[in-house]
Each structure stands twice: as C-alpha cells, then as structure tokens.
Design a protein around this ligand. Structure first.
Ligand code: HSE
Length: 299
C-alpha cells in the first residue's frame, strides 16, 4: 500500500448569486496537500503561511479522522505538508480544499474504499454546507442538495470559453460572520425570486445561453444582507456588468466578487478594482476559469 501521496484540490466559487448553498464551481487554482503515513510532522508554504501554521492543519486532520471513523478504522499517524495558493478567508473555498484533501488522503492511504458520495457527505457535514466541497472534490459546476447527512449532486461541464474574474479584497471575512447577518425567514416572493433564477442559471449553463447568466445570478437571499460586511459590493457587481461581464456576484460568503466574462476580462477586472477602491478597499484581481478536474493525485 502507498505510504505517501500528494492531493491537489481546486478553489471553488459557491452560490453564483442565486444558488445559495446549492451551486458551486471549481476554479483553475489548486492547493496541494502531501500526506506521509507513519510519521508526525506539519509544514506549510505559500498563501497565508503564518495563519495556516498556527492552525496546524486542523481541518485536514479533522477530515482525515472523520473518514477513518466513518470506515471504523483507527486513524493512523500522518505527516502533512501544504502548498497553499488560494487566498484564505476570501470566499474561494480554501477551507473546503483542506476538508476534501483530508477525506481523499485518508481514503487513499488508508485503503478505505469509501465511495465518492460518502466522501462528499463526510466533507459536507464538516463544512456545514455542500456547495464548496462538492465541486472541490468533483470539478465542474456542481448542483448539490443535502438530505440530513447525505448529499445528492449533479456535475455539469465547465465552460471552457468563459473567464472567471475574481476581485479579492485585502481583508478576510469568515463564513460564520457572513452567515450571522442572514435572516432566518424570507418572504415567498424572495424565495421564488431565487429558486427561479438558480434553476435558470443551471439551464442556461447547460445550453450555453450565456446571455441569461446576468439575470440568473441575481439574488435576494444573502447578498443584500452581506453588503454591510463588504463595502462597495453592489457597485463592484454593477461596474463589472457595465464593463461587459456576463454575470457577477459575491463569491461564496465573500468578500471576493466574481464576474464571468467571454472576453474583455482586463477591463472588467480594472473597473471592479476601481469600484472597490472608491470604498477604500484594496483588492487584487485573479483571472481564472472553471475546470472539470476536481481533487486528484499529483503525478
Ligand atoms: N453557501 C455558503 C455561504 C458558501 O454563502 O455561506 C460559503 O463559502
């Protein structure tokens, strides 16, 4: 059996506006997690090194233990080395990469033979929602629905011809904080507003009707409330749309904002950066794309 393995897991952007807690897309930016059985050790390099060092790989080990416990096998000692490329606490699924790496590493090195659906369920329980872990594990655009501790999912192909422009502010926002401002109850009108648009987004994506994405990404369930935590959110989205983006929304719980483009990504990134700057927020622009490859082994 293998003693050492390196797992690559992609960044993800969840919600895509209307698809709150049920839509997520894998992005072409990967964190790497190397596991070595039978020895202790932990090291990190790259994005957020100091913070990740303090954290000590907590989420990876939690997911590792959870997978072994699920299989009724005692978790063995394992050393972990992380190469981090995804900005932390910015709504790009960095914690989901840790959870997915933990369950995948355990499954491979422990020979646990857990099914993909079981890995997603274990990861989803740890994350508290499935919309980042599902695409992080599977790649593509993933529609997922949680049933108690099981997850149903459908994977759709990535859009090779589109770019994903991400404005990444220079501050962090925890998902816990971003969820704490959401109301417990919503009106029927707002529920219908979102369900119709999330369904339209999936249908438009499937048929490559990109011109529908802008309206399909509109949202009333979370962004109106999160605006108080992300200064300039509405203006950044509006600027991206005015500069020719197909659609734009808060990335996951934020504070990053994504815009989908079919060309002209330079201009879109520039106006997003300017709009954040007008609210006193510095941000960097990443230009990436959706990818079909989820968690996989490094060759
Ligand atoms: N759907 C989750 C939220 C994603 O918006 O809170 C968190 O990354």
């Amino acid at each position: 059996m293998e003693k050492k393995v390196k797992v690559l897991v992609p960044a993800t952007t969840a919600n895509l506006g209307s698809g709150f807690d049920c839509l997520g897309m894998a992005l072409d930016l990967y964190n790497s997690f190397e596991f070595e059985l039978g020895i202790e050790g932990f090291s990190v390099q790259g994005e957020g090194r100091q913070q990740l060092e303090l954290d000590g790989g907590r989420l990876v080990y939690e997911a590792w233990d959870a997978a072994f416990n699920f299989a009724n096998v005692p978790p063995p000692t394992v050393a972990l080395h992380i190469e981090s490329k995804i900005p932390l606490g910015r709504g790009l699924g960095s914690s989901a990469t840790a959870v997915v790496a933990g369950v995948c590493g355990a499954n491979i090195l422990g020979g646990l033979q857990l099914a993909t659906a079981e890995l997603i369920s274990i990861a989803s329980v740890i994350e508290g929602h499935s919309d980042n872990v599902a695409p992080a594990l599977l790649g593509g655009l993933v529609v997922s629905a949680v049933w108690k501790d099981e997850v149903d999912y459908i994977v759709l192909d990535p859009a090779d011809t589109l770019q994903v422009v991400v404005a990444v502010p220079d501050f962090e926002l925890s998902t816990e904080r971003a969820r704490s401002v959401l109301p417990d109850m919503v009106s029927r009108a707002d529920a219908v507003f979102n369900t119709s648009r999330a369904a339209l987004f999936v249908a438009a994506w499937t048929q490559k009707k990109w011109e529908l994405l802008g309206r399909a990404m509109e949202d009333r369930l979370h962004q109106p409330f999160r605006g108080s935590l992300v200064p300039g959110l509405n203006q950044v989205v509006e600027a991206a749309m005015a500069a020719g983006a197909l659609g734009s929304a808060l990335s996951g719980a934020g504070p990053s904002v994504v815009a989908l483009t079919a060309g002209g990504h330079g201009a879109v990134g520039q106006v997003m950066q300017q709009a954040f700057a007008q609210h006193g927020i510095d941000c960097r622009i990443l230009v990436t794309r959706s990818v079909g490859q989820g968690a996989h082994l490094a060759i």
